[in-house]
Design a protein around this ligand. Structure first.
Ligand code: FAD
Ligand code: SIN
Length: 549
């Protein structure tokens, strides 16, 4: 008999967005089940280095943070949403501190030591040395684990959202089908609200700073359920990932450039002055493209991030984690520069949400990297991601707490039948077959939908991805769910959404750089994606930006 549970709030994902939401809905009296794909600390949140941006210095201003965010976003930021985030940021950071997050203090320990990163006109990045995300995650997990209303389950993979199966006139999301990857059993969590907080999709590309969990599951699940997705073409490539074969795209924080690190070609020449007056602190899209152009011009495998001019000991004190990782790879920071190259890092698009974190389907909320709030526009400003996650997860928690309970009686019967049908399918395909398709898709994305794009190459990618999607969906329809096949299904769906969104944008804007059209159009548009009921392909609609979605 499949396991069917009922809670007030189902949270899918245990990064900053999911955990912040869980803590707040529990505080308001709800029962909460957090399911997470691997160990609960495996998340992008846990890897965040630079910090969390907010106006925390009296000489800074809300207006300046709004301005910097909008400038980076290349005409697509929704100003009202940006204002909400910036205004509520300082309060959310005070709450994190109250929960026990130990941000680094300034020299006389009277306030926080604030960092600076690309695109910011002021020092406003609160950080815990270069392990900010791990410190935030530690405090949030501790708060969840000590809360009787919150149950946190590792190795539980959400397969699909359960939508409108009640037959009782209530439409919307009622929870999710969940695979217990330790036992292979599929169960269901029914809930009055479901929070999608599954993070990003860096694993769609072969070189990424993201952890293994970042396979675009949330976007793919929402898309299959008919929920509106937007702006998937805006994939942010972080300019400086460690470019040593065995280093697995380990991030070298932008804060290193904030503290004076200089980008140089392999012959030791600085080059950022030729691309932007802000040099190393230009926004990320500009720096990543500049590095890409230098690599192509010179045929080099990477550029160098030079920190040899830092005072002795300063780098190790400010960036102990990066220092240790470089040392592990035989790089002596004091004597030699760090080899770096761009790497897929962040998805600016995602599940469209309103100011309360609500998606286009009743009962469904989304926050964090999986969501598209309108804050980041066409290019996210550094360290605005953790901030956006914590602000909109909090707003979503307030809204979700007000959603009335539903009778799950009819839904129970419906899901029991679907689970039995699912478990009656054959064995999943061998891991080797799944891994081969996955590697081919990732290479395709890197070659055809990377930092610099052309319409011809995007069209070729769309054809090949559609073929891969039909093979993978065929395999998925015949077999019992397995974690690697579920991830592959998400990767092909998300890859296809990225490419279809990119094809729908006949201009260069922010992170979407089209070689044949290097300028943005006069009127900025958002790209909306909905599933075509007949297949994998999205119906794409362009709407003038700043309109309500
Ligand atoms: P995550 O923290 O990624 O959490 C996602 C969760 O969802 C995980 O628990 C995962 O297991 C779970 N999950 C996924 N799919 C499923 C499924 N099907 N079923 C169940 N669970 C699932 N941003 C900043 O603002 N400042 C920084 O300094 C910064 N540094 C970064 C450094 C690195 C190396 C990286 C990769 C990102 C960085 N970012 C930074 C971006 C930021 O960390 C992320 O955007 C943010 O942490 C995302 O939080 P999240 O809660 O949305 O998702
Ligand atoms: C970094 O530390 O460079 C990452 C910051 C971010 O992604 O916002």
């Amino acid at each position: 008999m499949p396991r069917i549970e009922e809670v007030d709030h189902l949270v899918i994902g245990s990064g900053i967005a999911g955990l912040s939401f869980a803590i707040e809905v529990a505080r308001r009296g709800g029962s909460v089940r957090v399911v997470t794909k691997k160990e609960h600390h495996e998340s992008s949140t846990n890897r965040a280095q630079g910090g969390i941006a907010a106006v925390l210095d009296p000489t800074d201003s809300l207006e300046a943070h709004v301005h910097d965010t909008i400038r980076a976003g290349a005409g697509l930021c929704h100003e009202q949403t940006v204002r909400l985030m910036v205004e509520e940021g300082p309060v959310r950071i005070a709450e994190l501190i109250a929960l026990g997050v130990g941000f680094t203090k300034d020299a006389d320990r009277s306030g926080l030591a604030l960092g600076i990163e690309g695109g910011h006109s002021h020092r406003r990045i609160a950080h815990a040395k270069d392990l900010t995300g791990a410190e935030i995650e530690r405090a949030l997990v501790a708060a969840c684990e000590s809360n009787d209303r919150i149950e946190l389950s590792d190795h539980h993979v959400a397969i699909d959202l359960i939508t409108g199966v009640g037959g009782d006139g209530w439409h919307g999301c009622r929870g999710a089908l969940i695979l217990d990857s330790a036992t292979g059993e599929v169960g269901v969590v029914l809930a009055r609200t479901t929070m999608l907080s599954t993070g990003g999709c860096g694993q769609v590309f072969p070189r990424t700073t993201n952890p293994e969990i970042a396979t675009g599951d949330g976007v793919a699940m929402a898309f299959r359920a008919g929920v509106v997705i937007a702006n998937m073409e805006f994939i942010q490539f972080h300019p400086t990932a460690l470019a040593v074969d065995s280093a697995d795209s380990f991030l070298i924080s932008e804060a290193v450039r904030g503290e004076g690190g200089i980008l140089k070609t392999l012959d030791g020449r600085a080059f950022m002055h030729r691309y932007d007056e802000r040099r190393e602190l230009a926004s990320r899209d500009i720096v990543a493209r500049a590095i890409d152009a230098e690599l192509k011009r010179r045929g080099d495998p990477h550029v160098l991030l030079d920190v040899t001019h830092f005072a002795p000991g300063r780098f190790e004190d400010r960036f102990p984690h990066i220092h240790a990782r470089c040392a592990k790879h035989g790089i002596d920071i004091e004597k030699g520069a760090i080899p770096v190259a761009p790497s897929a890092h962040y998805s600016c698009g995602g599940v469209v949400t309103d100011h309360e974190g609500a998606a286009s389907m009743p009962g469904l909320f989304a926050a964090g990297e999986v969501a598209c709030t309108g804050v980041h526009g066409a290019n996210r400003l550094a360290s605005n991601s953790l901030l956006e996650a914590v602000v909109f997860a909090h707003r979503a928690a307030i809204a979700a707490s007000g959603v009335e309970g539903v009778d799950h009686g009819a839904a129970r019967a419906g899901v029991r039948t679907s689970i039995e049908a699912l478990m009656a399918r054959g064995d999943p395909p061998p891991f080797g077959r799944v891994a081969t398709i996955r590697a081919a898709v990732a290479d395709l994305m890197q070659d055809y939908a990377g930092i610099v794009r052309t319409r011809a190459r995007l069209a070729r990618a769309a054809d090949r991805l559609a073929q891969a999607a039909s093979e993978v969906h065929g395999l998925a329809a015949m077999s019992r769910p397995s974690e690697d096949l579920l991830e592959l299904r998400s990767i092909v769906t998300t890859g296809l959404l990225i490419v279809q969104s990119a094809l729908a944008r006949p201009e260069s804007r922010g992170l979407h750089w089209l070689r044949e059209r290097p300028r943005p159009e006069e009127v900025a548009h958002d790209t909306l994606l909905r599933p075509d009921p007949g297949g994998d392909v999205a119906i794409v609609e362009r709407v003038p930006s700043r309109s309500r979605w």
